[in-house]
Write a protein that binds this ligand. Structure first.
Ligand code: ADP
Ligand code: MG
Length: 436
């Protein structure tokens, strides 16, 4: 066994990158169990010291897992601070009654905590239920997220529906799709129209060109090492021509026609990244409703938060909103009761810095480049995950004036953190938000 103490997240990341993949879970687990992280000390355990040297070249994949795990650690530390680059975090006071990890060990309702990774991010759950019910929910929820990514959303996996759709771009007969996906696409096209084209899930050609999903969350400064290559303006222009939700056609399932169909023009690709976590939130909501015996739950998907039911002591869920200027702190908290979805989009979540320029992951469909905006972060509070996720991206692009109007149209609450530090929010948001 190898045990190392390091004094910063960066050092932990560097060191963890040298561990063999099977240590990932050890690291993850240990992070959660050990409150040492509160003072930024991470102890890494590894089963086989010898294999570390052997695997030194295969760092990249593991490096990413640890980046995410490190973010989750901050997020879960429970001392009022949230995860670096996670947009929002669940803030909870630890209780000696509660178990440290994965269960109370009793049959009565307690706080059961789980941390895992799915959809390229960290999933944290606190489920108020018996240990058995919580464990059951945890297993089902991870299966749901895996299925959502692998069978529906990922444009990189051949097993997914989006992959299949993208593969038929240009085909006259289009692509048969599930009712759920047809519904999502309809909602996305509607948001495209209502956001004046700011929100666009047909940016596949562009996001691929920018290679966004390969950038590390939290923005490595050595972009090259993380696969970043600044695209030429000619390439951006070309990719831009292959985008536009107004160019897709959706055909509802009709009598004798079987499933609904979608038709993409040649070269177009869907990228549902902007609603992926929201769809996951909606799926988890359904699962929680169906699971008997869950009194309350709060689930964080890399900073998108879902709350459900109540805490046994009746106190509200506390969700911290990250300060974009110092991602280790919050600008304030939301106090929520019952079922809510909180989504944030910010230029600090996923970015690369190269030659002094910050390239972030929210693209302006009118230019093909990362959006230039006075906004640093937008948080949406809604009852529906897809809506909150989609609107956070849209409002980031639209800015406070138009964004506020759009939020009102959709009857959701919105909060903007502006680049001068000012906080602008909808009237309804004031009911829930407490500024620090
Ligand atoms: P995240 O899900 O990473 O927290 P967002 O919800 O804001 O952040 O979604 C950003 C993702 O959506 C990008 O990584 C990209 O895949 C995709 N995307 C980028 N720009 C747009 C846009 N203008 N409209 C729709 N999707 C976008
Ligand atoms: Mg979004």
């Amino acid at each position: 066994m190898l045990v190392r103490h390091v004094r910063s997240r960066k050092a932990a990341v560097r060191m963890a990158a040298f561990l063999p993949p099977e240590s990932a879970f050890t690291v993850d687990f240990f992070f959660m169990k050990n409150s040492a992280f509160l003072c930024d000390v991470v102890v890494v355990e590894c089963a086989d010291e010898y294999s570390i040297a052997k695997r030194m070249r295969k760092l990249k994949y593991f490096f990413r897992i640890i980046m995410v795990a490190a973010a989750a650690l901050c997020c879960s530390c429970g001392n009022g601070e949230s995860g670096a680059r996670d947009s929002a975090a669940v803030l909870e006071n630890g209780s000696s009654e509660e178990s440290e990890y994965g269960g109370t060990g009793r049959q009565e309702i307690g706080a059961n905590r789980y941390v895992d990774t799915a959809m390229g991010t960290v999933i944290q759950q606190t489920v108020y239920a018996s240990e058995e019910t919580a464990a059951d929910f945890y297993v089902k929820s991870m299966a749901l997220l895996k299925e959502l990514e692998e069978e529906r959303l990922s444009w990189r996996l051949e097993t997914s529906e989006v992959w299949r759709i993208n593969g038929t771009a240009g085909n006259e007969e289009g692509c048969g799709i599930s009712e759920e996906t047809a519904g999502v696409l309809r909602d996305c096209v509607e948001l495209y129209e209502r956001s004046d084209g700011a929100f666009d899930v047909t940016l596949g050609a562009l996001t691929r060109l920018w290679n966004i999903d390969k950038w590390a969350a939290g923005g490595l400064d050595d972009g090259e090492a993380d696969g970043f290559r600044l695209p030429s303006s000619a390439d951006v222009e070309h990719a831009l021509k292959l985008c536009g939700s107004d160019k897709i056609r959706l055909a509802a399932a009709g009598l004798g026609e079987g499933e609904p169909r979608v038709f993409l023009p040649e070269g177009m690709g869907l990228d549902l990244g902007a609603v992926g976590k929201g769809l996951a939130q909606s799926g988890l909501q359904g699962l929680l409703e169906a699971e008997e015996g869950v009194a309350g739950a709060v689930i964080s998907l890399g900073g998108s938060i879902l709350t459900f039911g109540d805490k046994p002591d009746g106190s509200p869920w506390k969700v911290g909103i990250v300060n974009p200027f110092d991602t280790s702190s919050n600008v304030g908290t939301l106090s929520l009761k019952g079922q809510w979805c909180v989504s944030t989009s910010g230029d600090y979540e996923r970015y690369v810095e190269k030659d002094g320029v910050r390239y972030h992951h929210i693209l302006d469909p009118h230019t093909g480049y990362p959006a230039v905006s006075d906004v640093r972060g937008v948080t949406i509070l809604a009852k529906n995950g897809t809506l909150s996720d989609g609107l956070s991206t849209a409002c980031f692009l639209l800015g406070p004036e138009r964004g506020m109007e759009l939020a009102e149209e959709y009857e959701v609450e919105v909060l903007f953190v502006m680049s001068d530090g000012q906080i602008v929010m909808s009237e309804g948001m004031e009911t829930y938000f407490t500024e620090f």
